[in-house]
Structures are given as structure tokens and as C-alpha cells.
Design a protein around this ligand. Structure first.
Ligand SMILES: C=C(O[C@@H]1C=C(C(=O)O)C=C[C@H]1O)C(=O)O
Length: 393
């Protein structure tokens, strides 16, 4: 799919020979794997000027920057959860489009974990209780609260190794790394949620809301999925997200096709309710415009958006940064993929900082929501080597 997306790309280096040695891509500034292929960006040719983005709007500024680049360039990067904070979007010096199977050379060779800090988080439980009180008072229906966790290793984390682990565990997700220009930090993750994908003008969005942890016993796991699919609370929460997104997409697309019932999406660690929405993107717009029209969805923020966002700033002890934002890429035809930035970690030296959140509604139980975030952490924890035996689905 990506080969077709980038068929006009003059810098693509094909690597279809299965006997060829795995290309080494340790120095990549961007990696984005989905559908069995990966875009690997090297170097940084240009960075989107945040002043230009403020002046023109992020979507138009991104398209303008791409139009100034040599044919075949792509824009890659991250947009924060908070739309008023600065994005980090850049044009890699060159980009390769490679089959994932040719890239997997790390195996289980990740750093050894020495300490995990924050597995039980009473502050989150109190914040969830306060959010439930606010919801019952009125003015806000749902707020998604997140918490963080730190994992330390005996040596520096290797973003590429963690990325390969994530892909191995969840090949159906969108596995990414981004090297940030400051602090020698990389963001790495495996998102199950496509906010906007565009190919030949056709837009797809696959919002998720409503979750349950996967279970080791096969029968129990199937039961958990069936319970989720029949849960009135989760179905209502899901329908609400789909309605919000369908409405928001009408500003950038037409001919929306919205299934009336969600499907069940399994990741290695979670079951989710998901709805595949399809539409035709208006001419002249790109995949980033579509993603920005939806972001932040009630699945990561809450509803109404502004009230939920204010409550998140009040109740969460730290700024989310890029967690809950967008990660992806776009080419000069506007095609591309933007995923929700979650099931992720910021890697700085030997420290990994993880985030996970859960949607709080009037009948939520703070302890259950804490458990849901614990289940969502498992994607990254397994990739980092904590609890790897729980990742064998
Ligand atoms: C907030 C997270 O996940 C989001 C919330 C979900 C839910 O409430 O069911 C499901 C998927 C994501 O949209 C996270 O993984 O940190």
C-alpha cells in the first residue's frame, strides 16, 4: 500500500529481495509501520515553522511547506494533545519504503528493566473521583483522564529495538518512532487507532472507544469480547465518539459511510470497539487537515471538548505533551496516515515515560478505570521487556 502511495517518490529505495541483509536503520529520525510496510525517514531537511503554522493554520502551513520541497518529499511528525501547543513536523532528508519482515533484526534484545515507578497511582484514583463528581454536577458528560509510569533500564533504551518489539506484538497497529530535536528523546509507540488515512482522495478513520483487557484463557478472552460488544455503557460511549467524528468530518469530506454498529478490534493486550468510517476528502485538502478536523476526539479528551480539556488540565498533575496527540506522515498529494499517539513512551537515556488514559463517565468506578489504564500500559510494558510472557497472542 505504501509503495503505491509513494510510487512517484524518486528517493524510495526498494528492498524486495528476501535474501538481502536487513537494512540497519538505527539513525532514522522517523519510522512508521503499518500494513506490513514501514516508512523510514532519515535526517531532517526542514522543520515546520510554528509561527507560519500560527499564521496560516497548521493544515495549510504543512501543505505549503511540502509544496516547497523537491518532488517525492513527505512531512512527518507529531501534533500535541493540546492544539494550542507547538507541533513537531518535519521533512526528512530522504525516506525509504520497506517491507517490515526485512527490518526485524533485534529479536528480544532490549535493555534490561531495573525499576518500574508508578504502577499504583492514588492521585489518578482521586482525580477520577473528582471527575465523576463534576460529571454528576453537570456541564461535562465525559472526561478522559491519563496517568504516567516510568520504566528504567540498565542501559539506554534503543528506540528501534522497542519499535520492533511493538510491531512483533501488534502487527496490525501503527508502530512509530520520532526523534525529537531536544533532549535526545524519542517517542515510540504502537497505536491501534487511525484518526485519518487518505489514499487517492478516499478518507478512512477508525475511531476506538470502549475497551476490555485481553485474557490468557481463550474461552475467557472470547467471553470478554462478547461482553464488551454487548455492554450498553461501552456502546453508548462508542456511539457518542462516532457521532462527534462524523459531524466534525463534514467540514473536510463528503459522502460519509458510517456503519451503524461497531466492530471488535483486538490488539495484543486489549479489545476495543471500533467503527470504520469512510468518506471522500474535499479536493485541495490533505490527510493532516482531516486528522486536525477531528482531533482531539472524545475518546482521548471527553465531551464537550473545551470543558473536558479544561478539566484535564486541572486534574492531571502534568502536561500530556505529545501523548494523546497525532503521529504520522503526509505526502505531496495529501495522502498519508495520522494515528492517535498512544500506547507509547518517551525514551530519554535509560528512562521510558509511559502514559495511558481511560474515559470517565457518571457511572465509572475510579478503581476500574485505574485497572483499565494498567491494561493499556501493557502494550508498552511488554515491548520494554516487563511482563513479556503476557504478550504471546
Ligand atoms: C486513552 C487511551 O485510549 C483511548 C480510549 C479508549 C477507551 O476509552 O475505550 C480506547 C482507545 C483510545 O481511544 C489510551 O490508550 O491511553
Amino acid at each position: 500500500m505504501k509503495t503505491q502511495l509513494l510510487e512517484s517518490h524518486h528517493e524510495v529505495i526498494a528492498n524486495e529481495d528476501p535474501s538481502a541483509p536487513a537494512p540497519r536503520t538505527e539513525a532514522a529520525t522517523f519510522r512508521f509501520a503499518s500494513y506490513g510496510r514501514a516508512l523510514i525517514g532519515h535526517g531532517t531537511k526542514a522543520i515546520l515553522d510554528v509561527e507560519r503554522a500560527r499564521r496560516l493554520g497548521l493544515g495549510p502551513a504543512a501543505r505549503q511547506l511540502l509544496a516547497e520541497q523537491p518532488q517525492g518529499s513527505i512531512l512527518a511528525g507529531v501534533v500535541p494533545f493540546d492544539r494550542s501547543a507547538d507541533p513537531y513536523l518535519f521533512v526528512p532528508q530522504n525516506v525509504e519504503d520497506l517491507p517490515m519482515r526485512g527490518l526485524m533484526h533485534y529479536g528480544n534484545d532490549t535493555s534490561t528493566v531495573t525499576e518500574v515507578v508508578g504502577e499504583y497511582n492514588p492521585t489518578f484514583i482521586c482525580a477520577a473521583g473528582a471527575a465523576i463528581d463534576q460529571i454528576k454536577t453537570g456541564g461535562v458528560e465525559k472526561v478522559v483522564l491519563a496517568r504516567s509510569l516510568e520504566v528504567f533500564a540498565d542501559e539506554d533504551w534503543k528506540p528501534e529495538a522497542v519499535w520492533q518489539q511493538l510491531y512483533q506484538q501488534n502487527p496490525a497497529g501503527h508502530s512509530f518512532t520520532i526523534s525529537l530535536p531536544q533532549d535526545e528523546t524519542s517517542i515510540v509507540g504502537n497505536s491501534p487507532e487511525l484518526i485519518a488515512g487518505v489514499r487517492r482522495g478516499q478518507l478512512t478513520s477508525h475511531p476506538l472507544a470502549g475497551s476490555a483487557p485481553r485474557l490468557a484463557n481463550r474461552t475467557e478472552d472470547q467471553m470478554a469480547a462478547a461482553v464488551l460488544a454487548g455492554s450498553a455503557k461501552n456502546l453508548a460511549e462508542h456511539a457518542f465518539v462516532v457521532q462527534h467524528i462524523s459531524q466534525a468530518l463534514r467540514s473536510v469530506a463528503k459522502d460519509l459511510i458510517v456503519p451503524s454498529l461497531p466492530d471488535l478490534l483486538p490488539t495484543g493486550q486489549m479489545w476495543h470497539l471500533g467503527t470504520l468510517i469512510r468518506a471522500s476528502l474535499y479536493k485541495g485538502l490533505g490527510s493532516l487537515d482531516a486528522a486536525l478536523a477531528i482531533h482531539p476526539t472524545p475518546a482521548i479528551c471527553g465531551s464537550p471538548t473545551a470543558v473536558a480539556q479544561a478539566l484535564i488540565s486541572e486534574l492531571e498533575p502534568e502536561d500530556r505533551g505529545f501523548y494523546g496527540g497525532l503521529v504520522g506522515w503526509m505526502n505531496q498529494d495529501g495522502e498519508g496516515e495520522w494515528a492517535l499517539l498512544l500506547r507509547s513512551a518517551m525514551l530519554t537515556g535509560n528512562r521510558a515515560k509511559l502514559h495511558a488514559g481511560a474515559g470517565i463517565v457518571a457511572d465509572s468506578d475510579p478503581f476500574d478505570e485505574h485497572s483499565e489504564t494498567a491494561a493499556k500500559f501493557r502494550t508498552m510494558l511488554c515491548a520494554l521487556g516487563v511482563d513479556r510472557e503476557g504478550s504471546n497472542r
